[in-house]
Design a protein around this ligand. Structure first.
Ligand code: FES
Length: 207
């Protein structure tokens, strides 16, 4: 596995850097074009959200659902729609842990470090996987294959230690079982995406 890249880094070769879009944000000399993907999203979303501050969080959630994370362009487009400063939207978004600001990998591997899982070895498990992937929790591998995360409890403590791959819950994991999972998904090429991007393919794993 290659060196880590912060999610959203241009070092992620699986994701092409986007070309200029068609909608401008900012004012005066700071006008610039939006990312085309954000442009498409905001064009379809605007009608569903009144231009009021009460729309801010619902719009942030909608953007993240569609885009997978909150690129700065999306927050600026929301600010433009709501007629508030971009810093206001970014400040609100950064307050909530539910929002992600970096592009996720094709697969999300989430290790539970809650008490039940921890006493059954999930802390050591996370450490070993971080070493193997050469990234810390919250980062994505440079090839864009895996985003590693940790949570405090999945609510499935009887299955500890629990790891979730994308939306697949895997019970009683060990470093060895996880290495096999990672090996399989690293060899799994991203599915074609309508926009030519890698897709967040959900791959099955034994529960
Ligand atoms: S502590 Fe891990 S699922 Fe509850």
């Amino acid at each position: 596995m290659k060196k880590p890249a912060r999610r959203g880094s241009s070092a992620n070769p699986g994701r092409k850097r986007k070309a200029a879009g068609t909608r401008a944000v900012g004012q005066g000399r700071q006008d610039r074009r939006l990312d085309p993907e954000v442009e498409r999203w905001i064009a379809s979303a605007e009608a569903g959200f009144p231009p009021a501050r009460s729309s801010m969080i619902p719009m942030l959630q909608a953007a993240q659902t569609t885009l997978g994370y909150l690129p700065r362009d999306a927050m600026q487009a929301i600010a433009h729609h709501l007629n508030v400063p971009s810093a206001t939207v970014e400040g609100v978004a950064s307050f909530y842990a539910q929002f992600r600001f970096n592009e996720p990998g094709r697969h999300r591997l989430t290790v539970c470090t809650g008490t039940a899982c921890y006493v059954r070895g999930s802390g050591k498990l996370l450490g070993e996987i971080q070493t193997d992937l050469e990234i810390a929790a919250g980062e994505t591998t440079a090839d864009g294959a895996v985003s590693l995360e940790s949570v405090s409890c999945f609510g499935a403590c009887a299955l500890a230690p629990v790891v979730v791959l994308d939306d697949k819950v895997m019970r009683q994991q060990t470093a060895e079982s996880l290495r096999k999972v990672i090996q399989d998904m690293s060899a799994d090429p991203p599915a074609p995406h309508p926009d030519g991007k890698g897709d967040a393919t959900t791959r099955g794993a034994d529960a």
